[in-house]
Design a protein around this ligand. Structure first.
Ligand code: SAH
Ligand code: SF4
Length: 449
């Protein structure tokens, strides 16, 4: 979602006459879009601001000014504190108010005083962001934001605010605009995307499955994905969609966080390991080749060796194509941060290493299981050398293909020849006819060299 937000900020500032630059010493304005989910991410902001300050000082010597803005969830959570710790910062803008960046910049230019905007304004943020542009044949669209679930470790409900679903018509408008620019794959984004319940044109609330159905009817859309889902919001119609909607890709990110019911309860996850196991069985029945991914936290306060074993056991039972795993990070203001039995950092480190070893081996096996199979790949970017293009398999694996007559945006049929931990190697099938042949001038010119 931060990638999506950063692209929208670039669009907004583009309308004000700014252009993107890769080189900070060239920049009249630097915006750091930040993440507050774990302490490490939040602290990185301050080391990065050190670099920004040096660049600003160098530019000042040559008579040029640099405006420095901090956006995202660290801005939301720390507000004024950021300017106290890093006086180089001119503007602090939360994730629900970045649509006002141009006005805030105007305010700063007029007053010369730091501007702090961390409200959750009533106005529809997305109305102001209309005019999405594509940077790849695979594009993100935010359909839902915020969260009302309050897992005890998590800052999202505080930084992104309460749950909100965009109306179907607005999403459809974005999708059409993206298709017109050559986009073939949409990934619908939301902190709790499967809790989606946006207003349809009939005035009723539509589920995520209904939204996926509507989008799959759009000419030009070849693939649909969504992330991130909560196990408790995995309704029957969404499970059925994995069986019935051929444009919905066989991939699902379904975090379980812990395999121990005791810890799940303390996390306020409101699901059990048994519920999760049954749910996965039902989804796999609907779509047997589904690639499953997850999020796992180790070292949540009070986690014992046995609780951790329960997590390892759940990983073994389910089997993942990929996964994100983290050491629990205490976040100010969340209930778990107050817990007395914080787990020793060294224990967390050891548990994470054990878990990641298991997950890595599952990921490698999953990739290897595809060797010899045929599948369709959407080509998304240039590879390391001439003639090589990189795309995605239906299972979201990165696929490297040597091709002469295909280009970014083409969908080609390939045979998988090799697999590593992080990617597949493939050759194009002699019979492969490109599924669609839209001209992708806009996209190609947006690709970094
Ligand atoms: N809404 C999603 C997750 C959003 S946050 C869900 O409920 O699954 C992304 C991931 O960051 C979480 O799934 C969790 O695994 C991790 N995370 C969140 N807060 C954390 C914390 N305090 N310490 C460690 N990991 C955390
Ligand atoms: Fe955070 Fe996800 Fe829990 Fe919401 S459901 S509080 S975003 S971990």
């Amino acid at each position: 979602m931060n990638v999506y937000d950063a692209e929208r900020m670039a669009e907004l500032m583009g309308d004000e006459g700014f252009e993107l630059t890769e080189d900070m010493t060239d920049a009249d304005m630097v915006i750091l879009n930040t993440c507050h989910i774990r302490e490490k991410a939040a602290e990185k902001v301050y080391s990065e601001l050190g670099r920004v300050r040096k660049s600003k000082e160098n530019r000042t010597e040559t008579g040029k000014n640099t405006i420095v803005a901090v956006a995202g969830c660290v801005a939301q959570a720390e507000g004024e504190e950021i300017i106290r710790r890093a006086p180089v910062v001119d503007m602090v803008v939360g994730p629900q108010s970045y649509q006002n960046l141009p006005e805030l910049l105007g305010e700063f230019n007029t007053s010369g005083k730091p501007v702090i905007e961390t409200e959750f304004p009533e106005e529809d943020k997305f109305k102001k962001l209309a005019g999405i542009t594509a940077s790849s044949p695979s594009s993100f669209v935010t359909v839902q934001e915020g969260c009302d679930k309050f897992c005890t470790f998590c800052v999202v409900p505080y930084t992104r605010g309460g749950e909100y679903s965009r109306p179907v018509a607005d999403i459809l408008e974005d999708a059409k605009r993206l298709v017109d620019q050559g986009v073939k794959e949409l990934t619908l984004l939301g902190q709790n995307v499967n809790a989606y319940h946006g207003k349809g044109q009939d005035g009723k609330d539509h589920s995520l499955a209904a939204l996926l159905e509507t989008l799959s009817e759009l000419n030009g859309i070849e693939r649909l994905r969504f992330t991130t889902s909560h196990p408790n919001d995995m309704q029957d119609d969404l499970i059925d969609a994995h069986r019935d909607n051929p444009k919905l890709m066989p991939y699902l990110h379904l975090p379980f966080q812990s395999g121990s019911n005791r810890i799940l309860k303390a996390m306020n996850r409101r699901h059990t390991r048994e519920h999760y196991i049954k749910l996965v069985a039902r989804i796999r029945e609907a779509r047997p080749d589904l690639a499953l991914s997850t999020d796992i936290i180790v070292g949540f306060p009070g986690e014992t060796d046995q609780d951790f074993e329960d997590t390892m056991d759940l990983v073994d039972r389910i089997g993942y194509a990929s996964a994100y795993s983290f050491k629990y990070s205490s976040r100010p203001g969340t209930p778990a941060a107050e817990h007395e039995q914080q787990v020793d950092e060294e224990v967390k480190k050891q548990r994470l290493a054990l878990l990641q070893k298991r997950l890595t081996s599952q990921q490698k096996s999953f990739n290897e299981s595809k060797v010899g199979q045929q599948m369709t790949v959407l080509l998304e970017k240039n590879g390391r050398h001439e003639g090589q293009l990189i795309g995605r398999s239906p299972y979201l694996q990165s696929v490297h293909v040597e091709v002469e007559h295909a280009k970014i945006g083409d969908m080609i049929d390939v045979t998988i020849e090799g697999a590593t931990l992080n990617s597949l190697k493939a050759v194009i099938n002699p019979s492969s006819s490109k599924v669609t042949t839209n001209e992708l001038k806009t996209l190609e010119s947006n690709q970094p060299a």
